[in-house]
Design a protein around this ligand. Structure first.
Ligand code: RB5
Length: 153
């Protein structure tokens, strides 16, 4: 599984913690580092770039971190084919995969400490979509998304 990670200027420390954590577990993780060499890169363009990479299939999952995680989730969900959610607890992180089939998790460095963040990421990566009763709900989200992006269809 290929994973990408990125952050804005509010979450540089937490990004490093999670990157090192996953690297030490032998996970294939890439720091997209969108801001490198750019002045004043803002979370919308950083999160949009990450979500596009995931939507294009270059990565199976993405981790997007800002001050709260909220802006990163909002922008990721504007990319067709991508589902993202903000998680600051383990239960939600599991459900984000099991119920919602989201490829992107977002978090806020100003909200959560590094140890809990690592546990949340582990729970999310250790969970898969369960299908079952969630399958028609996710399918409906995909259909509604398709209608929203392609009203002509
Ligand atoms: C700082 O730019 C802050 O607004 C950002 O990191 C994030 O929390 C937005 O949702």
């Amino acid at each position: 599984m290929k994973i990408c990670i990125d952050c804005d200027d509010a979450a540089v420390t937490l990004k490093k913690v999670i990157y090192e954590h996953l690297k030490s577990k032998g996970i294939d993780i890439t720091d997209l580092n969108y801001s490198e060499g750019k002045e004043n890169a803002l979370y919308p363009e950083i999160g949009f770039n990450l979500a596009k990479e995931v939507a294009a299939g270059k990565y199976d999952r993405g981790i997007s971190i800002c001050g709260t995680g909220l802006g990163m989730a909002m922008i990721a969900n504007k990319v067709e084919g991508v589902f993202a959610g903000t998680c600051h607890d383990v239960f939600s992180a599991e459900r984000l995969r099991k119920s919602n089939d989201a490829q992107i998790i977002t978090m806020g460095e100003r909200v959560i400490g590094p140890e809990l963040a690592k546990k949340i990421i582990d729970a999310w990566l250790g969970s898969e979509f369960e299908g079952g009763g969630s399958a028609p709900k996710v399918a409906q989200m995909r259909n509604l998304e398709r209608g929203s992006f392609h009203p002509e269809l």
